[in-house]
Design a protein around this ligand. Structure first.
Ligand code: PLP
Length: 475
């Protein structure tokens, strides 16, 4: 491709991108294709000769686009958001063009120093403890794995890294039964064994019970096991429950246990001073993660990981082959030592663009809008006898179900599943589900960048309409 062709297609694609942002809500939110449909439309073998960009782009529109679920639709209410924004996408275009591999300071000084600066900004924006130092990881899963590996190494005097596990005590990790599956995965990968992940019961609001946590830690010590790490959830995935960080931190302090706080989704809400209460006690944590790629308008991937003692993180991961040494090593942050991977994308640029373009006020305005809309849905659920609220609404996510008096729980679950499928099959909105206390629970998570009241009103009308159809069929 010549630069003049590149210029031509870049302009064409920029138009496509702007059109996409303008028209994304016209697409069915969730892709309507069947399993295997996209693959069967693709040639089995790669082309021998290069093809024209017109042909490639044509196939993108014809084959790929119909197989996409549109996360940036303002009618996307599934999972947690993975919202992006135009400033973020513009930055990604520059990042991709420069194609820098930001493993050490020298391999792109601006990337390393902008990462340091944006992490400092995030600390201030979220009111995080001054003692934290931040690094950008790809995902919260990776950040949590880093936390567990660092806790393991610190506790073992960095010996497992050098000598392996032989003869080492059984390390125990604790989290609530509602904590995210990335903790199970991290415990597996860290070699601790899933049997050593202790799931603690929750209270009526689905937050961990600190009394039960302390009992389990005590009984583990009596049995000769070593409590290693507690992962507290700041916003569980199912219902956005908030574990009591201060109480957990005090327990961790007492028994010398690493406290990692997983605020993958909810952490962004700390940008709102009125929401900071959810993280009361965060200064007791050893590490904290939240994902700007969930609710801070920064496109995937961008996970902000903060640690109180960066030296223990670095000591866990550092490896210094001759070919990576530079003369600046003792003056700079080489982020290859702050995590698992060597090669790193320049993720700070998009975050910098987003924070500068929205400003703290712009970010706060959007968050308040989303949380306010979630509270509206909550009021509609509470005031309609056809629905039932299944968890407290604290942030942008509402958990509810259709009430069907006189039916047994199994049937109610099946009918709620059918109800959710009907809503999603319209293509007009997309919601997902979880189970709370055995009840099939519909989750409506409001957090796409352009979601406004009109989208939520329309989605609620659709929900009521589809619920009413189910109610007719059973009456
Ligand atoms: N932790 C929580 C509470 C989550 O809700 C999620 C994902 O939704 C994760 C961790 C995993 O995030 P990631 O996809 O960045 O690994």
């Amino acid at each position: 491709m010549t630069t003049s062709d590149f210029r031509k297609y870049a302009h064409q694609f920029a138009d496509w991108m702007a059109d996409y942002f303008e028209n994304v809500e016209r697409y069915p939110v969730v892709s309507q294709v069947k399993p295997g449909e996209i693959k069967s439309a693709l040639p089995k073998a790669p082309p021998q000769k290069g093809e024209s960009m017109d042909a490639i782009f044509n196939d993108f529109n014809r084959i790929i686009l119909p197989g996409m679920t549109h996360w940036q639709s303002p009618n996307f209410f599934g999972y947690f958001p993975a919202n992006n924004s135009m400033p973020s996408v513009l930055a990604e275009m520059l990042t991709a063009t420069m194609g820098a591999q930001c493993m050490v300071w020298l391999s792109s000084p601006a990337a390393a120093e902008l990462e340091e600066a944006t992490m400092e900004w995030l600390k201030e924006m979220l009111g995080l403890p001054a003692s934290f130092a931040g690094v950008i990881q790809d995902t919260a899963s990776t950040s949590t794995l880093c936390a567990i590996l660092t806790a393991r190494e610190k506790k073992s005097g960095y010996e497992i890294n050098s000598k392996g596990f032989s003869g080492k005590e059984r390390f125990r990790v604790y989290c609530s039964e509602h904590a995210h599956s990335s903790i199970d995965k991290a415990v597996k990968i860290a070699g601790l064994g899933l049997e050593n992940l202790v799931k603690i019961g929750v209270d009526a609001d689905f937050a961990i019970r600190p009394d039960e946590l302390e009992e389990r830690i005590k009984s583990d010590i009596v049995e000769g096991k070593t409590p290693l790490c507690v992962v507290a959830a700041l916003g569980t995935t199912s219902s956005t429950a908030i574990d009591p960080v201060r109480k957990i931190g005090q327990i961790c302090d007492k028994y010398n246990v690493w406290l990692h706080v997983d605020g993958a989704y909810a952490g962004t809400a700390l940008a709102l001073p009125e929401m900071r209460w959810i993280a009361d006690g965060l200064e007791l944590a050893d590490s904290f993660v939240f994902n700007p790629h969930k609710w801070m308008f920064t496109n995937f991937d961008c996970s902000a990981y903060f640690v109180k003692d960066p030296q223990s993180l670095i000591q866990t991961f550092t490896i210094s082959p001759e070919y990576l040494k530079t003369s600046a090593d003792d003056q700079v942050n080489n982020y290859r030592d702050w995590g698992i991977q060597l090669g790193r994308r320049f993720r700070a640029l998009k975050l910098w663009f987003v924070i500068r373009s929205y400003g703290l006020e712009g970010i706060r305005e959007k968050l308040r809008l989303h949380i306010g809309l979630a509270h509206k849905i909550k009021e509609w659920v509470l005031s309609d006898p056809r629905f039932e609220l299944l968890a407290p609404v604290l942030l942008g996510t509402v958990c509810f179900r259709m009430t069907l008096p006189g039916l047994d729980e199994e049937r109610i679950n099946r009918l709620n599943e059918e109800f959710l499928n009907r809503v999603n099959n319209t293509g007009k909105a997309f919601l997902t589900h979880t189970k709370l206390n055995g009840k099939y629970t519909i989750r409506m998570s409001i957090g796409q960048t352009e979601t406004r009241e009109e989208h939520v009103v329309k989605a609620w009308e659709l929900i009521v309409d589809e619920a009413q159809k189910i109610i007719y069929t059973i009456s």
